[in-house]
Design a binder for this molecule. Sequence first.
Ligand SMILES: [Ca+2]
Ligand SMILES: [Ca+2]
Ligand SMILES: [Ca+2]
Length: 475
Amino acid sequence: MQKFILTFITAVLIMAFNQEVKSQTLQILPLGNSITQASNVYQSYRYPLWKKLLDDGLDFDFVGSHTDHYLCGTPTFPDYLGQSFDMDHEGHWGWRCDEVLQGDGSSAGCRGSGSLSDWLMSYTPDIALVHLGTNDMFQSTGGTGAINITIGELKAIVDTLRADNPNMIILLALLIPTSDPDHSWKIPLINAQIPQIAIDKYDPNSPIIIVDQFSGYDPVADNQSDGVHPNASGEEKMAQKWRDAIMDALIGINVDVDIMLEGPFNGTNMNALINADLPLAQPFNSAPWNYAGLESFTSMPVDIVDWVLLELRDATDAATAYESTIIAQKACFVNADGKIVNLDGSEEVRFPVEIAENLFVVVHQRNHLSILSASALTETGGVYSWDFTTDVNQAFGGSLALKAGGGGVALMVAGDVNADGVINTADYSTAWTPEAGLQGYNAGDLNLDVQVDNVDKNEYWKINEGASSQVPIAK
Ligand SMILES: [Ca+2]
Ligand SMILES: [Ca+2]
Ligand SMILES: [Ca+2]
């Protein structure tokens, strides 16, 4: 059974990322500084991660240029499941990003030697776990210029990794916090910039997955007394985050969905007039969606029309795809051309799920009626695709769910200002009226032209009054 799981996971990985895995064994590179290396008395996250991946049945090999721990000597690594700990790693105590790139960090005290491009000559990772930048912050002012330099070096590290394997999965950490009062404030500043690396360096063949090692990590309780290096509980937390990210990257499906919103529809595609007013964090964290995702970033790409909440349901058929069948949600963007895209602009939205019965997709937007795919999505080339724009019958409920616009394009129906699934007088009297005259990102702005005015009321709400979402709710 275990062998089957291993083969299955590797096969999924190959399908998911068109990866040319040279062997069945996944090469995993732990790349970092002292937090990755650890000392002669503590183990690093690598040991609990190794145990978790063995528990998962993953066929893997940690790779790295050395096995040393800082100050030399080795902590105790009890065998697990009959195996000895795989000590290979690329942790280098005290090294900054530029030293990882250029190789002039100190090798004293068993810190290792060489540089990233040298190390990569002796192995080819399938997955890199990158936790770097802490020393850069400790040794800098923490000013914008210093942060920008380090972000640039992290991008160069991405380039160097990809030069070795253009299909590498790069798990890039938000740094764990420190309790050192001279430097603790710098860590959130660089963490705020790290997600943009995944956007700027987007490559469909080499995903950069941000792993939030900061949240939930206590800078005192989870660190050694130095306030910098993880203790056993910190190592455990880091290992769990890495493990979850690795398994999410290996097991999952890609979804490619197209919609068109009636409000901004211009006869061909959608106007993105509200682009500059869109919030930088996902707007579905309140009722009725109550979606807790942390999707946010620092600047809005052009051509984005609005946020949407993409939802997967696993059910026997569309009529019974109730809320109880929801298996995943993700806040995404809808582009002017109708493509639902990730925050990095990529069209295939990845979900770390497996389908037991049939896959149905729901699209929520804040003032248009939610829609459900009329049929189950099928997989082609590793992607589940659904295009709601080609025909009103693409949505469950047909012409009750979508309306035909110019050129035969099927449109999501505008007018549900209070997002309760029904377009009725409440949308006008208690939702639209208080916003009348406002400018900006408001639900009463049904045509998404930044202005809440009578055009929204008369040409969208009034015309669509009486329509309701056909997405099953009960059970
Ligand atoms: Ca190894
Ligand atoms: Ca309503
Ligand atoms: Ca408007």
